[in-house]
Structure formats: structure tokens, C-alpha cells
Write a protein that binds this ligand. Structure first.
Ligand SMILES: [Fe+2]
Length: 384
């Protein structure tokens, strides 16, 4: 058997109303914090005001950096890191969806060092400021793992990176602040959860620990993904999707992602208006068809967890029924789309295929079926 090392130090707080504990949690680490968030949703919903008041009440002085875009750039991260240094903050708080949370971890590294954040793709980081994540969407899993994804606007590259020092110290998962998530965000982030567990459960680096997280996530997705989309005020469904997101985040922290993520990052890297989850949606069906022979048994297990009846189907038919089910889910979430619909230009597909290998090589290697650049280009064309 393969040797395993499993490590995740993130203290998780899950529960309705727990955002009001943020000040108390932050105070354990510092008297001053830099909040990293996006440009509008946390302001509109009043969540940012609630957090800053809570921090002040607890004796933590907040500074706000609210310029994070949906596909955060290295310029945004470096700018926030300069502010963190100037202000001498001792804590970074990520507030929002995956983008501010990923950025918070990258800022925490850059604020401790003396090089641009992009250089940390080649130079490993040994230390970072402490990070607290307060997540407002259910998808990224970033709230509980070490990973950060950043875009280089000059080259279109969008690599992921993650060092041990980048694990958040604590994660606040409060389903109440997810009630205001718009349906499209619920759909795209929820589908991201599915692809996280699909790829962690079938990838070459899968193991008993990540599989346990994945199996519970499939159960949660079965009953709550479409429900949360159709019933935005259903706090039970919101809470279960928040749990699914965190479990999937733990699963990919252990076992990584695969070819769907490897192709999607250069898609939204080159087309920053494409949300990660809809990019994944466009690429999933063809990728599953490509992988089915290499992970037939895993597909059958997932089909079982998603409640698909076996009813006399052969192994091949039962594994294939998972792909049909995912197609149905995409339709129910209004995410049944191709790359063309997302504005991707056909003549960019070769560049995207190349970047899947140069910026997401670890995910390509982890794919259950071995794949080369020519085959990736074929998948991109089939997903067009
Ligand atoms: Fe993802």
C-alpha cells in the first residue's frame, strides 16, 4: 500500500450566525487586520459592515481592500500586500467567495516576503501572515485548504499554488450569509463542488481519506445542489451545500483535481469574465467520456451515491448513466453550455491546451486517464 501523509490544520466553525464570532476569533491573532474582499456583494448585503463592526467591538482595527475581481490578478494581490505591510497588520481576513479567499492567502504570503507574488510559483514560501476565511459562497473549498489561484493579466495564465504556511488558521462557515447568493452563483459554485469531488475521487492521488470526504459530499449534492438553486431561502439546503463545499475543499487538499480544472483555469485566465464554475460546466461531459474507461468502478460508485437506480444495467451502462445524470444536473442548473457560448475564440484553444500543461501540470498528471496536449485540444474542441 502507498504511504500517506494527511495534514489539515484549519479550525472550522460551522453554524448560522457565527459571523458574529469573527471579532473574537480575529483578536486571538492580532489587533489589526486587513480584510480582503470583492467590489460589491459583501457591501450590498451589509456583511462587510457587520464584520468591521464586529472586529472593532472586539478591539481589532480593520483596514479594507475591496478591489478583488472574480479572477484575481497578481496586481491586485501585490497592491493589497503593500497595504498590509504599510499598515503593519498582523492578520489577513478573506471575506466572500473563492476569489477573495484565494487572494487572502496569496496576500498573506506576499506581505511577509519581498518579492512579487508571481515569483512564489517558483520560490517556495515558508511563512505567511495568519489568515481567517469567512466564506459567502458554497463551492470553492478555499475556506479550508491551502490553495490559491491567481491570474497574470499580461499572459492570461491562471495557475494555482499552495504551501503549508498558506492554510487558513480558522474558517467561519455561516450559512446565513449565503442566503443572498444569486441563483447563477449558487449554480456555478455548486457545480464546482461536484467537479472537486469528481476529480478527487477518481484521480491518481485518491486515497481513503479524500474518498471519505467525497462520498459524503456526493450524498449532500444529491439532495441539496438543485434545491439550493431552486429555493434560495432554504437554509437547510444552503447549510448542506456549505458543508459539501468544505468537505470537497478538504478532499482536493489531499488528492488534488484533474483535467477539467486543468483546462478550465486557462479558459477563465484568458477570459476573466467566465466564472470558474460555468467554465467547468462546459468541459465536464467530454472529460468524463474521456475518463470513463479508466475509472468505471468509481463512476459506478458515484452513480450509486447520487441515487441513480442500477435496475439491470451492465457495469458499462451504469457507469455511463452517471454522465447522463450530470447532463441532467447541468440542465437543471441552466449551465448546459459550450465554450463558444462563453465567448471563447476557437483559435485560442491551442493556447489554452498548452497552458493546461504549463500552469496546471499537477492536475494533468493526476487525471485518471493519461492525456497529452493533442488529446486536451480535442477535448476543448469537443466542448466548444
Ligand atoms: Fe474548482
Amino acid at each position: 500500500m502507498n504511504a500517506l501523509n494527511i495534514y489539515n490544520p484549519v479550525k472550522i466553525h460551522f453554524g448560522c450566525g457565527l459571523i458574529s464570532e469573527s471579532g473574537k476569533i480575529a483578536k486571538k491573532y492580532s489587533d489589526s487586520a486587513l480584510i480582503i474582499t470583492g467590489k460589491s456583494s459583501m457591501q450590498k448585503t451589509g456583511t462587510l459592515d457587520r464584520l468591521t463592526k464586529n472586529l472593532k467591538d472586539a478591539g481589532v482595527n480593520p483596514t479594507i481592500y475591496d478591489k478583488i475581481t472574480p479572477n484575481p490578478t497578481i496586481d491586485e494581490i501585490d497592491e493589497a500586500a503593500v497595504i498590509a505591510k504599510k499598515k503593519g497588520v498582523g492578520l489577513i481576513i478573506g471575506l466572500g467567495g473563492g476569489s477573495p479567499l484565494d487572494s487572502a492567502k496569496a496576500v498573506a504570503v506576499a506581505a511577509k516576503g519581498n518579492i512579487p507574488v508571481w515569483n512564489y510559483l517558483k520560490t517556495s514560501a515558508e511563512e505567511a501572515l495568519p489568515v481567517i476565511t469567512i466564506v459567502s459562497t458554497s463551492g470553492t473549498g478555499s475556506e479550508v485548504n491551502r490553495y490559491s489561484v491567481m491570474s497574470n493579466p499580461e499572459t492570461g495564465e491562471k495557475p494555482g499554488f499552495g504551501y503549508v504556511c498558506m492554510y487558513p488558521k480558522e474558517a467561519v462557515i455561516d450559512p446565513e450569509i449565503m442566503l443572498s447568493m444569486p441563483p447563477y452563483v449558487t449554480a456555478t459554485t455548486g457545480f464546482d463542488v461536484f467537479v472537486h469531488v469528481l476529480e478527487a475521487f477518481t484521480g491518481k492521488a485518491k486515497n481513503a481519506f479524500s474518498s471519505a470526504y467525497c462520498m459524503q459530499t456526493f450524498y449532500l449534492l444529491k439532495d441539496n445542489l438543485i434545491k439550493a438553486y431552486n429555493e434560495p431561502d432554504n437554509i437547510e439546503a444552503r447549510g448542506n451545500m456549505a458543508l459539501a463545499s468544505a468537505l470537497a475543499g478538504l478532499a482536493i487538499d489531499i488528492s488534488g483535481v484533474g483535467i477539467i480544472h486543468a483546462m478550465e483555469h486557462p479558459v477563465s485566465g484568458n477570459y476573466p469574465n467566465v466564472a470558474h464554475g460555468v467554465g467547468l460546466a462546459a468541459l465536464t461531459i467530454e472529460s468524463m467520456k474521456y475518463n470513463i474507461a479508466a475509472c468505471k468502478r468509481d463512476f459506478m460508485l458515484i452513480a450509486h451515491h447520487l441515487g441513480i437506480k442500477r435496475a439491470g444495467k451492465s457495469d458499462d451502462e451504469y457507469a455511463a448513466s452517471l454522465i447522463e445524470k450530470i447532463q441532467e444536473i447541468l440542465e437543471a442548473l441552466n449551465l448546459n453550455t459550450g465554450l463558444k457560448d462563453l465567448g471563447v475564440e476557437k483559435d485560442k484553444l491551442a493556447k489554452i491546451a498548452g497552458e493546461a500543461f504549463t500552469t496546471m501540470g499537477f492536475a494533468v498528471q493526476n487525471n485518471p486517464e493519461t492525456i497529452d496536449e493533442k488529446e486536451v485540444l480535442r477535448l476543448l474542441e469537443a466542448s466548444y
